[in-house]
Write a protein that binds this ligand. Structure first.
Ligand code: 5RP
Length: 223
């Protein structure tokens, strides 16, 4: 199976976690896009969705799924999103698509975080994937120095020779070379740095369920 077929398989499996009549929190990225396409097939069963990025909102709306402002939503049963890495205890690195802050906010309102990913995202220790950190632009240099002091190599994310800007107008610093033995502690430490908006570690509040696509089918991990 191709990686896209594995992503499609977990996107289909995630539909079982969607609660009839409810609002669904929807993540960002290629796996989340496959999920949105599956969600469109059962859109008559849900009230609507909250999007974790402008891109996701556009795709949901294009499918005719009602997109709610998070400020108008008190609770939602599930948030469904991909990950760049996930451990066997449900801690994740996210933010490869630069949507980490809105993803963390929307996930915080959901009762359950359902992670959907191809099986290659399952790792023993987080850190082979560069850790994204969303940073206020004026704090780029000072935050980079502090991230370097934690043992990583900070790299400003650029595209076409320009800094990548998030939906919130901030920059992303990717931290290379970390071996994250204690993701909860590192998440707290990085979030304490002045100028950091969000670190792409989802460990303090990790996944509740992971649906991982493998050649043998969808593997379900519950945490
Ligand atoms: C976006 C994310 C994505 O969930 C993560 O990058 C995985 O993306 P994909 O499903 O394309 O592999 O965190 O900010």
């Amino acid at each position: 199976m191709t990686q896209d077929e594995l992503k499609q398989a977990v996107a289909r499996a995630a539909i079982d976690y969607v609660v009839d009549g409810a609002i669904v929190g929807v993540g960002t990225g290629s796996t989340a896009n496959f999920f949105i396409d599956e969600l469109a097939k059962i859109k008559h069963r849900i009230k609507g969705a909250v999007a974790s990025s402008e891109g996701t909102a556009v795709r949901l709306a294009a499918h005719g799924i009602a997109v709610f402002d998070l400020n108008d939503v008190d609770a939602m049963p599930v948030y469904i999103d991909g990950a760049d890495e996930i451990t066997a205890s449900g801690a994740m690195i996210k933010g490869g698509g630069a949507a980490l802050t809105r993803e963390k906010i929307v996930a915080s309102v959901a009762t359950k975080f359902i992670c959907i990913a191809d099986g290659s995202k399952l790792v023993d220790v987080l850190g082979a994937f560069a850790l994204p950190v969303e940073v206020i632009p004026m704090a780029r240099a000072v935050v980079a120095r502090k991230l370097a002091a934690l043992g990583g190599t900070p790299r400003l994310r650029v595209k076409d020779n320009q800094p990548v800007l998030t939906d919130n107008g901030n920059v992303i610093i990717d931290v290379v070379g970390l071996h994250i033995a204690d993701p909860v502690a590192l998440e707290r430490d990085i979030n304490m740095i002045a100028g950091v908006v969000t670190v792409g570690l989802f460990a303090e509040r990790g996944a509740d369920v992971a649906l991982l696509g493998t050649a043998d089918g969808v593997r379900t991990l519950t945490f």
